[in-house]
Design a protein around this ligand. Sequence first.
Ligand SMILES: [Zn+2]
Ligand SMILES: [Zn+2]
Length: 387
Amino acid sequence: MAVINRIGDLSAEMTTWRRALHENPELGFECHETAAFVAQKLREFGVDSIEEGIAKTGIVAIINGQKPGPTIGLRADMDALPMQEESGVEYASKNDGKMHACGHDGHTTMLLGAAKYLAETRNFSGRVALLFQPAEEGGGGGEVMCQEGVMDRFDIQEVYAIHNAPEVPVGKFETCVGPNMAAVDSFDIFIKGTGGHAAMPHETADPIMTAVALAQGIQSIVSRNHKATDDLVVSVTQIHAGTADNIIPDTAYINGTVRTFAKDVQAMVMKRLEELCSGYSSAYGVHAKLVYHKGYPATINHAAQTAKAAEVARSIVGEANVDAEASRIMAAEDFAYMLEERPGAYLHLGQGMGAQVHHPAYVFNDEILPIGASFFARLVENSQPLT
Ligand SMILES: [Zn+2]
Ligand SMILES: [Zn+2]
């Protein structure tokens, strides 16, 4: 593989950084130690400016090229997950109940590797903005960084990010133009009926019967309100009600997830859920209250930037290892907010067989560190050449 030689030389050093981050996972916006580690490294590399404390523990660092020009943004996430590590690696998490099970330690390290090379060589015009964000796994650290105005303040014109992908061959890039990751929302439905003795159901308004009928009615959104060739998930994932075999309870609770790629589909699902709640309420004499929570929006890759990123990936891993028309994924990504503000692209980078992300046995493959770092570095050099 044609990783940049100087970055290949950094492989062992990058592995040390990655494992140090892995041992000390932090959650959400509380990435204090992680951010301190990142800022310390960036200072050692001699980047031109470092602004800390963005979105609480996020960092934006700037590296100037040798000539004036635009600013390209490269983003890495820094946060871990609230779970107990069972990977068996010797550098496993030292923080009980916290684990880098999504490989954000690897993403942070790739961007640090690129930063070291770019600060040393500066074979580009314009500037690079290195965006290290907290709270990707819920909380929307990327959204908060956008709300705090990083795109305008640092005059960023384009943004790029990578995520590791288990089960995809080592070094294989996958991406696609348009929606790449889904908008992920959730809903709660609180059903208030009238409970009573199970022997006298005619004197009750049964919330359990409503919950079951409503859960089935919700399945008609995908099967009857939505075009069959488009992607949509609406799943009921929890129903809770009742305490005993001789009591019809007063209330029932439904919870579920909605995954969409287009805002008009999301709006249709919200409208149908409202209609179903009100329709079943009238039909069964109860009150079903919908609370809809919008999560991260869909991650939508821009055509020109995706083509450019795929070309850079080909120069590193070869034509056969880049799929620029890969299938989209029903999970969500906080980088979506950055792509709503600036054109750019999000790519997956294969790391080989092994446990999936968010599994306690997940292990990030350090082999892909120089590949990811080379991708970031070459993207800068190709996007903003000196000549
Ligand atoms: Zn994750
Ligand atoms: Zn992740």
